[in-house]
Design a protein around this ligand. Structure first.
Ligand code: DX5
Ligand code: ZN
Length: 214
């Protein structure tokens, strides 16, 4: 079954505990946390103070998506919160292999994120060391954007690569995911979808989550 990681970027930050509890009680698989530094992407979100509050009320594991310039600094900052995954952008890391080992040494599953223009093949020689690859289906920085459908072909290529090189590595897709495109993602081997606005704009979050768990 497709796993679902609602992005708290679309939650009501005035009622964060209520929204986090609602998605966890509503059966989500992971809680996706978008960390933006105002440099790698033109938006600024949350740091360890707010993420530790999320960690306290979340009953599902955290999936931290770094959209930052200085990955190592942020990995050290978030590691004490014991997320399940920390993912970093390949476009912003000179030494991805080293950072993967560092994240793993901290007891966290390492993941790499690819922007819409970055080919699946760019991480071929890293795949065997990864627990997950996150494919962006929007340009990182904001919730509520529309789905870039070239990600389908990319996910299909990545699926072939991981089946050959590391079948345990999961494929996650982030951005513009709805009940209308989730089947196409499942068909090409995607394991986890991130959904922000689709889940949080609906009154019944549990029902929204279920509609993606196909
Ligand atoms: C974008 C973030 C996404 C975003 C998804 O930079 O990485 O996680 O919150 O939001 P939707 O589902 O609304 O596109
Ligand atoms: Zn994200």
């Amino acid at each position: 079954m497709m796993k679902v990681a609602p992005s708290v970027l679309s939650a009501d930050f005035g009622n964060l505990q209520k929204d986090v509890e609602e998605i966890c009680n509503g059966g989500c698989d992971l809680v996706h946390v978008d960390v933006m530094d105002g440099h790698f992407v033109p938006n600024l979100t949350i740091g360890p103070v707010v993420v530790s509050s999320i960690a306290k009320c979340a009953t599902k594991p955290l999936d931290i998506h770094l959209m930052v310039e200085n990955n190592t600094f942020f990995v050290d900052m978030f590691a004490p919160l014991k997320p399940e995954y920390i993912s970093f952008h390949i476009e912003e890391e000179k030494h991805p292999h080293r950072l993967i080992q560092k994240i793993r040494s901290l007891g966290i599953k390492p993941a790499i994120v690819l922007n819409p223009h970055t080919p699946a093949e760019s991480i071929e020689y890293l795949l065997k060391d990864l627990d997950m690859v996150l494919l962006m289906s929007v340009n990182p920085g904001f919730g509520g954007q529309s789905f870039i459908d070239t990600v389908i072909e990319k996910a299909s290529r990545l699926n072939e690569l991981r089946n050959r090189l590391n079948p345990n590595c999961l494929i996650e897709v982030d951005g513009g995911v709805t009940n209308e495109n989730v089947q196409a993602l499942k068909d090409v081997g995607v394991d986890i979808v991130v959904a922000g606005s689709y889940v949080f704009k609906q009154e019944d979050r549990a029902k929204a989550i279920r509609s993606l768990q196909i």
